[in-house]
Design a protein around this ligand. Structure first.
Ligand SMILES: Nc1ncnc2c1ncn2[C@@H]1O[C@H](COP(=O)(O)OP(=O)(O)OP(=O)(O)O)[C@@H](O)[C@H]1O
Length: 536
């Protein structure tokens, strides 16, 4: 290799640098910058120019060397005017240019831009990967000498690697765009299904709700933890999603963890993740909800169910934004805004030593209480229209509406299951109704029990109450199953649908929760879906 044309070649190290460059995940700009640095070490030139192919033209995108200037960096070449360049691209082979090439029709590529002597050293290296030709790299030197073949071969290898890296960067960009599109698509779907709207909050006719929405919007702008309280089904999760959407974290993940739905033994790993081998079944590292929510918001639903042992770890994660995954001694940092929701009285849980007071104060910096539906009955017409619309998007049953008599029937009910129960009642009524009007008779709401409100004569007539008569005619006496069913429903109404834990239906009925659940299933209560059944 001519010493005059090659730079400092330290074979192995330079080759390693080149391989590292080709496999790096840098942006295209960074790749070019580092690539040109590499070239200055291995070959002598006064100007290295990278041209990308765009619609039959070579457009300069980067230049390096003593002759590189602003004009060179904005230079474009029309390929039609440079047959030798075109040939190099077609054959996909690097080549040095000689005095002879210039006499074969190629003009001076830098005519009007640089004043290089005729017959100066020049080589072009096509940048090709797979089927694609990305452009060329040209090297020029003011000396009248021809680049020797070994130097051309070396730079050609560099060109191939650079093109491969360009291809990878292009694929990454395409992939990221697809990912963004997928994300947008998922958000659109969520919006279409209704999850992406705050529902009836700001437009509520209830001053209490409007005030709540106003305060929620204000706190959304901060990173302050929010404790959302309210009976089951009042819209705590929906409000939490709205707070996330109104916050500057909206473009980051919103992650939820229902602390009551996960067995206590698995909660720590669900929250903070685990490393391979941390426990039987931990076959690989797994990120917890904290890591998943990094940059975004984590909703801890039913936070009152969090085992006391875990509460200390949560407190530290809240205060220091750090934690250790299960089985790991490495500290992980996550920037997460915490929202917590509960339908149990946490003060009472503190008194019973089931909830740490310090954690409570940390979580309840900004409490928001969602009123039960019976305290915002003025919203019933708007809520029905909204929920029926949302339901129509899922089921295709469009145009359903509650008649004034239907609304009156709904108003007469106490709604222990709140908005969720209302949504379910509307869906059941829609299934049972042929037309589009939901009248009083469309709603099969429990009557005479804990759910019914005594509102004078228009209140639900006890027509569905089982009549226990002295007559021994078949069917006159309710079956044991019917009585059990009614009793369980009544207790579930009292516990607001809660099966587990102290004060839950299972405890009141003196049954194991799993026994109650299977009995409910047998009696068809779960299928009614009227009550929230804690998952196991
Ligand atoms: N503001 C709202 N406007 C309209 N519908 C709502 C609103 N909030 C909640 N809903 C509906 O009420 C139902 C229950 O909402 P959500 O799951 O947010 O309640 P929750 O209080 O978190 O319930 P739980 O205590 O059982 O976790 C959902 O079907 C939801 O679509």
């Amino acid at each position: 290799m001519s010493d005059g044309m090659s730079g400092r070649i330290e074979g192995a190290q330079d080759a390693r640098d080149l391989v590292e460059l080709a496999t790096s995940e840098d942006s295209v700009g960074e790749l070019l910058r580092r690539g040109l640095d590499w070239l200055t070490r291995v070959v002598r030139f006064d100007l290295a120019t990278l041209f990308l192919l765009k619609e039959g033209r070579l457009v300069s995108v980067a230049a390096r060397g003593p002759l590189a200037n602003a004009k060179v960096r904005q230079h474009t070449l029309n390929l039609a005017e440079f047959p030798s360049l075109r040939q190099a691209l077609e054959t996909r082979r690097a080549r040095a240019f000689t005095e002879e090439d210039h006499s074969h029709g190629d003009g001076d590529p830098f005519d009007g831009v640089l004043d290089l002597p005729p017959g100066h050293s020049c080589m072009v290296v096509p940048l090709c990967a797979g089927e694609r030709v990305y452009g060329v790299l040209s090297l020029d030197r003011a000396e009248c000498e021809t680049y020797p073949q070994p130097v051309v071969d070396l730079v050609e290898v560099y060109g191939q690697m650079l093109a491969t890296a360009l291809q990878a960067a292009e694929q990454r960009a395409t992939f990221e765009q697809m990912h963004r599109q997928d994300h947008e698509h998922a958000k659109l779907l969520e919006a279409q299904l209704g999850g992406d709207s705050e529902g009836i909050l700001e437009t509520s006719l209830s001053p209490m709700m409007r005030d709540l929405a106003r305060r929620a919007k204000q706190v959304a702008e901060t990173d302050t933890p929010v404790l959302i309280t309210g009976e089951t089904g009042t819209g705590k999760e929906r409000l939490a999603r709205a707070i996330h959407r109104w916050s500057s974290r909206a473009d980051h993940p919103f992650v939820t963890l229902n602390c009551a739905a996960i067995p206590a033994g698995l909660l720590e790993s669900e929250l903070f993740g685990h490393v391979k081998g941390a426990f039987t079944g931990a076959t690989k590292d797994r990120a917890g909800r904290f890591q998943m929510a990094n940059g975004g918001t984590l909703l801890l639903d039913e936070v009152g169910e969090l085992p006391v042992e875990l509460q200390a770890k949560l407190l530290r994660a809240l205060q220091e934004k750090t934690f250790e995954p299960v089985g790991s001694d490495k500290t992980v940092r996550a920037d997460v805004r915490i929202l917590a929701a509960t339908h149990v009285d946490l003060q009472q849980a503190i008194a019973q030593k089931r909830f740490r007071e310090d954690l409570y104060y940390r979580l309840s910096v900004f409490p928001l209480r969602l009123p039960p539906l019976r305290e915002r009955l003025e919203d019933l017409p708007q809520l029905c229209a909204f929920l029926l619309e949302e339901q129509a998007r899922r089921t295709g049953r469009r145009g359903m509406k509650a008649t004034p008599a239907g609304l009156e029937r709904l108003e007469a009910y106490e709604w222990p299951g709140n908005l969720r129960e209302l949504a379910n009642a509307l869906e059941r009524a829609t299934i049972l109704t042929r037309g589009t009007e939901l009248g009083a008779e469309s709603f099969d709401l429990p009557t005479g029990g804990a759910g019914a409100v005594s509102r004078g004569p228009q209140a639900s007539a006890p027509a569905e109450a089982p009549a226990v008569e002295a007559s021994l005619k078949p069917g006159a006496v309710p079956t044991l199953a019917a009585v059990q069913r009614e009793h369980i429903m009544k207790v579930l109404t009292l516990t607001r649908g809660r099966v587990y834990g102290p004060g839950g239906a299972a405890a009141l009925l003196g049954l194991k929760p799993s026994t109650l659940q299977s009995r409910m299933k047998k009696l068809g209560i779960a299928r009614l879906d009227q009550f929230v059944v804690d998952e196991v």
